[in-house]
Design a protein around this ligand. Sequence first.
Ligand code: FAD
Length: 306
Amino acid sequence: MITRSALIYLSEREGLKDFATRFSPFKKLTTRFVAGESIDEAVEAIRRINAEGCTASFDHLNESVTSVAEAEAEVREYLNILEQIDKTGIRSNVSIKLTQFGLGLDPELAYKNARTIVADAARRGNFVRVDMEGSDVTQKTIDIFKRLRSEFGVNDVGIVLQSYLYRTYEDAQDLLKIPARIRLCKGAYSEPPEVAYPAKKDVDENYVRVMKLLLSSGIYHGIATHDPKMIAATIDHAQKEGIGKDRFEFQMLYGIRRDLQTQLARDGYNMRVYVPYGKHWYPYFMRRLAERPANIWFILKNLLKG
Ligand SMILES: Cc1cc2nc3c(=O)[nH]c(=O)nc-3n(C[C@H](O)[C@H](O)[C@H](O)COP(=O)(O)OP(=O)(O)OC[C@H]3O[C@@H](n4cnc5c(N)ncnc54)[C@H](O)[C@@H]3O)c2cc1C
């Protein structure tokens, strides 16, 4: 039995990354979760998503860059994305990862690079979501986000919190005081029991606790999950508290529970789909397999079919 942590471990192996990204049959299978390798392919995917009544968040895949030049190339890519969003008229904001902008090399570099993107998005009336990565960078990510938020508005830049971390409820309380727009997710990385709930039941309970805190804050947040129980709890809480459907949004990943995505949009909820694209899909793809190891059988079946 391949476990979640084994798949996450594989997602972090550089050698496998090189092999997988060159192995074309494997690459073909990523289309289930990745919109393509180019901006144009992602724009086309977002047009289809918009036509189904959903908005999107553009994500260029390339986390943990290892040189200043690579981080700067990411800045250029995101400036181009923001320009393409305006040119094509698609309804989309952007999601960034600070390790993509050099957080692993120098936090100041990551801040400056992220600032360039947030400034451009703010000028265009768009919004930047700072994704949350592994717990080794949680505090650094929050610190950089707070700096950005002190310079830009609540509708210019937002952050992500993960319900598997023990610290998240307090982080949410703290960030709401600024105030900040938060995307709540369960968390996709492999974390030790010292920092994160090992049992799914506790992660889910914490998700509901934080979701209630966010929704009742009056600020516009993103409830990111494919879990029907989390979605039902959100709808229930909003109805009981008289929180309108326009006061928050659901968010899901490209290619996952498309039925639920369109259903929620048809029911009048704001639904945003996270659309990743790019050549460096390997760690993202492996985390999606880890979330649902049954996906492995889908991959193997399709590989054997050729
Ligand atoms: C918009 C968005 C942004 C995110 N941003 C971040 C981030 O910044 N940082 C971070 O750590 N994590 C992020 N995540 C990932 C998140 O943390 C979870 O790993 C992921 O969403 C799976 O959790 P779940 O809430 O769907 O619940 P789960 O309990 O994992 O899954 C519930 C159900 O959803 C379906 N499902 C879930 N995942 C898959 C899959 N891969 N394939 C097929 N079906 C699936 C299955 O039916 C499953 O039973 C994001 C998720 C979303 C939706």
